[in-house]
Design a protein around this ligand. Structure first.
Ligand code: PLP
Length: 418
């Protein structure tokens, strides 16, 4: 790319970036390198590759780290990682066999016994479980706060817990699932800088799965890491589980180091599927967001709907409006709404849908509906559910690429059954 004078947009590079057809018989697409190991041209070359891979010496300028073994590197993985960096403007990326493995590998690499992780609650169920039930077994503590809590109050809670000087990571999910509550990433950066020191930096990690990689770039707002469940928008077709973690070369180097020893890297088949998905990421997501905007407007005007949570409906003066405008360039394709009534009415709606599928997960080509209180968020403490708006009558929608009129027809007829 060095002789390129025009900087191309990520969507223009998704079909080619990082792949050299001449290394693969001219194949226009990167083949699936379904191989566990790679032959070295000579013993000297094998030695040189291992020296660099195991950090026994620094890589020389212009030296390429050759392929060794598919737990360390594989073309389908490396090319996918290079392409993913383009959306977030990250230096490096590590891909995993699930979003959870990306998240847990990050947490294990940057937290030590005695450390605290400060996190916006509730986060994704699997992450919440890992922070609350697995990390404590290794002596790693946690302090939760809700989206919208000011830095002063978070700091006070850290002091009260006796955790000053022990915080190692601030972990947030924004927009939060399922009500699109926002966390101010720049404020998290500021808090991290106040809490950290030269010898004990405090890192900021943002799970950006709910918005996806197009319209929000947490690294530009001061985050050290951005995480994705690539199962969602990036994969986008409800046919693969995968994850990614992005950040600086140095920090992702540490994540990749631990990944090598846990062995939870994505396989070549997953890498190939995600590269295929990335080619249409922007086209899919733009249509999904346009559909979601139409669906949200329809819901907001419907007499059987009590409340709609969609970023596109925020108005100037709303407490989260400024964060929304600063951090996001689209309202995205995730929304939730309250059907008038309770659980019975919400279930009646869900059971009456004809086109939209009743399933968890999100960000896919097909529209999905679910009931957060008894499904994705069943595990969240009752008082937290109340506080963050996970009510009996709340339904979450992930809007897909179908014709907007058909989605609106389906939602309308299901509401009539309520
Ligand atoms: C789905 C999801 C995860 C977990 O990802 P998997 O690919 O299922 O392991 C993490 N965070 C968020 C916000 C998610 O939606």
């Amino acid at each position: 790319m060095s002789d390129q004078t025009k900087k191309l947009y990520p969507e223009s590079l998704m079909m080619s970036y990082g792949y050299k057809p001449e290394l693969s018989e001219g194949a226009i697409k990167c083949p699936i390198f379904q191989t566990s190991t790679f032959t070295f041209k000579s013993a000297e070359e094998g030695k040189a590759f291992f020296e660099v891979a195991y950090g026994l010496r620094e890589k020389k300028p212009n030296e390429e780290l050759g392929l060794i073994y598919s737990r360390l590197n594989n073309p389908d993985l490396e090319i996918l990682e290079n392409r993913l960096t383009l959306w977030d403007g990250a230096e490096d990326c590590a891909v995993f066999e699930s979003g959870m493995s990306a998240i847990t590998t990050l947490l294990l690499e940057f937290l030590r016994p005695g450390d605290y992780v400060v996190y916006s609650a509730p986060v994704y169920g699997g992450t919440d479980h890992f922070i609350n039930h697995v990390l404590p077994r290794y002596g790693i503590n946690h302090i939760g706060f809700r989206a919208g809590t000011g830095n002063q109050e978070i700091r006070q809670r850290i002091e009260e817990a006796g955790a000053l000087g022990k915080v190692a990571l601030i972990y947030t999910e924004t927009p939060a699932n399922p009500t699109n509550a926002l966390v101010d990433i720049a404020a998290m950066r500021q808090l991290a800088d106040e809490l950290g020191s030269e010898d004990k930096p405090v890192y900021v990690a943002v799970d950006n799965t709910y918005m996806g990689p197009l319209w929000s770039h947490p690294l530009q707002h001061g985050a050290d890491f951005v995480l994705y469940s690539a199962t969602k928008y990036i994969g986008g077709h409800s046919d693969v589980i995968a994850g990614a973690c992005l950040g600086s070369k140095e920090l992702i180097g540490r994540v990749k180091g631990l990944r090598t020893f846990i062995g939870n890297m994505a396989g070549p088949w997953t890498g190939w599927l995600l590269m295929r998905s990335l080619e249409t990421l922007k086209a899919r997501m733009e249509l999904q967001a346009a559909n979601a905007t139409k669906v949200a407007r329809f819901l907001a005007g419907h007499y059987k709907v009590a409340q709609v949570y969609y970023l596109g409906l925020l108005e100037p003066g709303h407490p989260q409006y400024d964060i929304y405008k600063r951090q996001y360039s689209s309202p995205g394709a995730m929304l939730s709404f309250e059907v008038k009534g309770g659980e019975a009415e919400a279930f009646r709606f869900l059971n009456s849908l004809k086109l939209i599928k009743l399933a968890v997960s999100l960000g896919s080509t097909e529209s999905l509906a679910e009931h957060p209180k008894t499904m994705t968020h069943a595990d969240v403490a009752e008082e937290d559910k109340q506080a963050i708006g996970i009510t009996d009558n709340l339904v979450r929608l992930s809007v897909g690429v179908e014709h907007a009129d058909d989605l609106i027809w389906d939602i309308g007829q299901a509401l009539e059954q309520v």
